[in-house]
Design a protein around this ligand. Structure first.
Ligand code: KG4
Ligand code: ZN
Length: 335
């Protein structure tokens, strides 16, 4: 089937250098992600200066690898999508400069993409028939948002975290348990072998679809302190108890949002949506209430295919951007 539009997408907002080819039927022809996690692990989190430098070192190679299916033939592209915010300013600048240089050299148009909308619209790759309205639970290292995605031009924030994002809580609890950064996948793995019911942790539910994960994090801190030296088994049990508390909290609010909106479609998005228990629990709890779309794990954590998918939607609804691209580190999510 001939497609009408094929975008090269570039993502550099945080610590993954990524590029992808995506068509307007949401087919991902390539998706290359160079993670810097190992370089930042020594510092226990992302170091912005280092991240920007590493993007600069890697971006040309990553884009070349993503272009491999087209044998580097730029004439087979129709445009370039690039993340313009929110994110780290130096990191965004590397991706945006590279995209603008490519556009200037090739005469191709650009489309600037909101990273958080990218996370949400990764769902189109999983389910190209998906149309708004839907309820979205967006869970990453910086965001814990419940949204009512009414249309591509109208997204209501129903609720968000008042303190730590859930991904941040996973990362901090991982640190307490002596696990490396990023901690989410480590906790997920360790929890698989643990007993989630040996320790009982709070499920902090706030009014108005809000979340608060700092209390849960502190509860784990006290638990670990009281337990003293942790054997392997106990570490797994703590990880399992924390994972269960975090997942149940997210699902309680998600269910409430589905009831409140009367929406029968749900999207899970962001790095934490790759969590095995969250994927399972959301599907089970919403069974019969809503159709649940969750991107495959590699499209939940930061990647460029999601930027391509959101770029396609943005191009179809708004056209390409004709002004010089403006990056905005504080860009409001979904704007
Ligand atoms: O969406 P993402 O890749 O980057 C941001 O835009 O923030 O999300 C990263 C976050 C990190 O906090 C990481 O620990 C968490 O997602 N994460 C997970 C899992 N995989 C990544 N958290 C829980 N379980 C996982 N399997
Ligand atoms: Zn992200």
């Amino acid at each position: 089937m001939a497609q009408d539009l094929r975008l090269l997408a570039i993502e550099t907002s945080c610590d993954e250098t990524a590029a992808a080819l995506v068509t307007d039927s949401f087919v991902v022809e390539s998706s290359v992600v160079a993670s810097q996690a190992a370089a930042h692990a020594a510092y226990g989190g992302v170091v912005p200066e280092l991240a920007a430098r590493m993007h600069l070192e890697r971006i040309a190679g990553v884009v070349r690898a993503a272009m491999a299916p087209l044998a580097q033939d730029w004439s087979r592209l129709d445009g370039i999508a690039v993340t313009r915010g929110p994110g780290l300013v130096g990191c965004l600048a590397v991706g945006a400069s590279y995209a603008q240089a490519l556009a200037a050299g090739s005469g191709m148009p650009l489309v600037g993409v909101n990273h958080m909308t990218g996370h949400v619209l990764a769902a189109e790759i999983e389910n190209p028939a998906l149309e708004p309205p839907f309820v979205g639970l967006v869970v990453s290292g910086g965001h814990t948002d419940l949204i009512h995605y009414r249309s591509h031009a109208d997204v209501e924030l129903l609720g968000a975290t008042r303190d730590d994002a859930v991904g941040e809580a996973f990362d901090k609890v991982a640190r307490m348990l002596g696990l490396p950064y990023p901690g989410g996948p480590e906790i997920d793995r360790l929890a698989e072998g643990g007993d989630p019911h040996r320790f009982r942790l709070p499920r902090p539910v706030m009014p108005n679809f809000g979340f608060s994960f700092s209390g849960l994090k502190t509860a784990v801190l006290y638990l670990v302190r009281d337990l003293g030296e942790l054997d392997e088994r106990t570490r797994a049990d703590v990880a399992a108890a924390f994972r269960l508390a975090a997942v149940e909290t997210l699902c309680l609010q998600l269910e409430a949002a589905v009831e409140h909106t009367g929406c029968h479609r749900v999207v899970l998005a962001g790095g934490v949506a790759s969590n095995r228990l969250l994927r399972e629990t959301a599907r089970t709890r919403l069974d019969g209430m809503a159709d649940v779309t969750i991107p495959e794990p590699r499209f939940c954590t930061d990647n460029a295919a999601m930027i391509g998918a959101a770029g396609v939607v943005r191009q179809l609804t708004h056209g390409f951007d004709h002004e010089p691209l403006e990056i905005d580190p504080g860009l409001r999510a979904y704007a």
